[in-house]
Design a protein around this ligand. Structure first.
Ligand code: BG6
Length: 484
């Protein structure tokens, strides 16, 4: 691994994302020894004029929620906070960035030995509207100093644009400033344990190889539910909606890993090549296979427009036009303010041909991968009901992570992904052509919603979402199963 000075610069340091996700992830990495104090310095940058200590205190509150409860915790927290320095400045003019560069350089000089490197990681925890100017400023004033060797990398958060055109514009802009290997487009779903497990599961198990196709699978659902509404994020959310917030990125990335062909190797480029092929094989979305919803009370939020057409729920059926998947609906479903918080993949198999047990009514084989909460994989099987009678029931073969891997703490997605950026591994980040293909799929639908041509139906907060979505699910071939 590379050594030498590492500067992590969190832009938008006083914002929600930085406080809730970025700094806690950095703290966890620090705690586990991945960010040694001899090498690392963390800079927070934002417009607000506050002191180093103010920022540290703001962050402290979020670190106490980290998993560790041992007595060493507060010592770790204090030491970690001492690594953080704050620089305030604007996102649009050079002065602040010149100052930032000066601070980083001083740190590099003080920490580096002659042969040390200068590694600069810029994390943009910012609204996308300021990406272009911030990236320009980084390029102009803050790149690593080449005589020390090392690198400059930029981590950008979604949303990357609002549709195909705006995303392409942003991509071209960033492409002029940085090379693709310097850009890390983060989709935190790619950092989740069970999402990372998908490739292993599919390509390292003989079980699945012959079954994972249109001959055996009836339909696949990829579902995201949250049991709370937009809560304080109404302004952002109303501009984007559930499709841009969850489906076009998180769920579509999961779909790629579920549907892609076996890559040549596990090298990042080979994996991403296969993901792009899946996206390019998705047929245009038919609006008959879309259900949009908006929870009642959504527009009560003062930051949301009172006649908002923004969906907080959507079910969208995608079809992949290739040899493996033709005829298998991929049902992507996401909603806020529903009855539970859960993200899962449900692979439903076809009925057994020539069923001699007449057990069809009980349901089908289904393989469920629960991404959260409580990571698990389980298989719904039909078995003989134990006892004297010869009857059948549905049961489960269950691999629940908390029981099976009791000693292992599953890392947070952000923790893992930030470590990847330091190591220079782009496997779990979205490549430019992938992003383009993802926007190509959803842009016509998004424009139809933005133009008011498609309208969300109301649903009750705390419910399953609109009944129309269940009808669409049934139409797509999904059969509800009843467990034991
Ligand atoms: C974010 C969305 O990307 O993902 C949020 O912007 C959503 O709206 C969040 O709440 C969900 O992430 P997780 O990891 O809690 O499923």
């Amino acid at each position: 691994p590379e050594t030498g000075c590492l500067s992590i610069i969190v832009l938008g340091a006083s914002g929600d994302l930085a406080k809730k996700k970025t700094f806690p992830a950095l703290f966890n990495l620090y705690r586990q020894g991945f960010l040694p104090s001899e090498e690392v310095h963390i800079f927070g940058y934002a417009r607000t004029k506050i002191s180093d200590d103010d920022l540290r205190e703001r962050i402290r509150g979020y670190l106490t929620e980290a998993k560790e409860t041992s007595s060493g915790h507060s010592k770790h927290v204090s030491k970690f906070l001492q690594l953080i320095k704050y620089v305030s400045g604007s996102y649009t003019d050079g002065e602040g960035f010149q100052l930032l560069d000066k601070e980083i350089s001083e740190h590099e000089i003080s920490k580096n030995s002659q042969e040390g490197t200068s590694r600069r990681l810029f994390y943009l925890a910012l609204p996308p509207s300021v990406y272009p100017s911030v990236c320009k400023m980084i390029r102009s004033y803050c790149m690593n100093k080449s005589d020390l060797g090392g690198w400059t990398r930029i981590v950008v958060e979604k949303p990357f644009g609002k549709d195909l055109n705006s995303a392409e514009k942003l991509s071209s802009h960033l492409g002029e400033l940085f090379d693709e290997p310097q850009l890390y487009r983060i989709d935190h779903y790619l950092g989740k344990e069970l999402v990372q497990n998908l490739l292993v599961l599919r390509f390292a198990n003989r079980f699945f190889l012959p079954l994972w196709n249109r001959d055996n699978i009836s339909n696949i659902q990829i579902v995201f539910r949250e049991d709370f509404g937009t809560e304080g994020r109404g302004g952002y959310f109303d501009e984007y909606g559930i499709i841009r917030d969850i489906i076009q990125n998180h769920l579509l990335q999961v779909l790629c890993l579920v549907a892609m062909e076996k890559p040549v190797s596990i090298k990042p480029e080979h994996i991403r090549d296969e993901k792009v092929k899946v996206l390019q094989s998705v047929l245009p979305i038919s609006f008959d296979e879309v259900v949009l919803g908006q929870y009642e009370g959504y527009t009560d939020d003062p930051t949301v427009s009172s006649d908002s057409n923004t969906p907080t729920f959507a079910t969208v059926v995608l079809h992949i036009h290739n040899e493996r998947w033709e005829g298998v609906p991929f049902i992507l479903k996401a909603g806020k303010a529903l009855n539970s918080r859960k993200a899962e993949i449900r692979v439903q198999f076809k009925d057994v041909p020539g069923d001699i047990f007449k057990c069809k009514k009980q349901g089908r084989n289904e393989f469920v991968i629960r991404l959260q909460p409580s990571e698990a994989m389980y298989m719904k099987l039909t078995v003989k009901k134990p006892g004297l009678d010869m009857s059948t029931i549905q049961s489960e073969l269950d691999l629940s992570y908390s029981q099976r891997y009791q000693d292992i703490i599953i890392p947070e997605a952000y923790e893992r992904l930030i470590l990847d950026t330091i190591r220079g591994d782009q496997q779990h980040f979205v490549r430019r052509d992938e992003l383009r293909a993802a926007w190509e799929i959803f842009t016509p639908l998004l424009h139809a919603i933005d133009d008011g041509g498609l309208k969300p139906v109301p649903y009750k907060p705390g419910s399953r979402g609109p009944a129309e979505a269940d009808e669409l699910l049934a139409k797509s071939g999904y059969v509800q199963t009843h467990g034991y």
